[in-house]
Design a protein around this ligand. Structure first.
Ligand code: NAD
Length: 263
């Protein structure tokens, strides 16, 4: 097969993306749709799902809180009805969590970050695996970690802890599920252009008493390529991992970050 064909996921892949109605998840949904995949998204933001469904009528969606086990069960009922099975699960939903010292973080904010960024992905993985075992050409699972899952990230401890945990989950599930021909990897975006990162930079600037511009300049200084990455670059790495070109790749954490040197 030629290289271009290897790099394109098979048309008709059945894909579930959590937090897929905006941001990186939406970029991933659009990228899969462009390859002829059948995409189902879930998201807590019902309006964003409606907007997506009118822009891309082929995409189906479920309004659901990924941290709620009953909602997760409902997502899988919809997936079985809409897609009739599953080839690819993209565990993308995540929140920034609180910014602050360990003695300043509200315990409720800590718990919520763990619930949305880690416990939810366990709930999705346990329900997806029985379906992925029957995937047409082997199953694919991707966890959206972060550069904060490769480097320490002071004052963002719950976020960083969950993103490191996702790498452990991906590497362990790769061992567990490899014999079933299910490949499991993590993607570690760096600083992704967009409103979410603007919020993170603004919160960090406020915490350190800096202007937004000075804080942004500090972030870019720590990236070898001296630029943020785009949602489309992250989506492309997910397509690669789901394509035949990625068929021997499992148990890896792939950085898409311009080489962030420190956080
Ligand atoms: P975003 O906030 O723009 O989008 C996240 C989506 O998830 C939204 O549609 C939101 O409604 C949904 N969501 C949030 N909480 C949810 C919940 N409880 N249940 C269901 N849906 C929920 O975020 P993003 O920047 O697109 O980030 C996506 C993933 O990439 C996250 O896991 C994030 O940690 C990770 N990431 C982002 C960056 C970045 O710079 N943006 C960097 C590294 C990693």
């Amino acid at each position: 097969m030629d290289a271009l064909k290897l790099l394109t996921p098979r048309a008709g892949l059945r894909v579930l993306i959590t937090g897929g109605a905006s941001g990186i998840g939406l970029a991933i949904a659009k990228a899969f749709v462009s390859t002829g995949a059948r995409v189902h998204v879930c998201d807590i933001d019902g309006k964003a799902i409606d907007t997506l469904a009118s822009a891309l009528p082929a995409v189906t969606g479920t309004r659901a809180n990924v941290a709620d086990a009953a909602d997760v069960a409902r997502v899988f009922e919809d997936v079985e009805r809409e897609l009739g099975g599953l080839d690819v699960l993209i565990n993308n939903a995540g929140i920034a969590g609180p910014t602050g010292g360990i003695d300043e973080i509200d315990p409720a904010d800590w718990e919520k970050t763990i619930d949305v960024n880690l416990n939810s992905h366990y709930q999705f993985a346990r329900r997806a695996v029985p379906l992925l075992r029957h995937a047409t050409d082997g199953g694919v699972m991707v966890f959206m970690s972060s550069v904060a899952g490769r480097l320490g990230y002071g004052f963002r401890t719950p976020y960083s802890a969950t993103k490191w945990a996702l790498v452990g989950l991906a590497k362990s599930l790769a061992i567990e599920l490899g014999p079933d021909n299910i490949r499991v990897n993590a993607v570690q975006p760096g600083i992704v252009k967009g409103p979410r990162m603007e919020g993170v930079i603004a919160a960090r600037a406020k915490q350190l008493g800096l202007s937004y511009e000075d804080m942004e300049a500090r972030y870019l200084e720590k990236i070898s390529l001296r630029r943020m990455v785009t949602q489309e670059e992250v989506a492309a790495s997910v397509l690669f991992l789901s394509s035949p070109a990625g068929s021997a790749i499992s148990g890896q954490a792939l950085s898409v970050c311009g080489n962030v040197e420190t956080l």
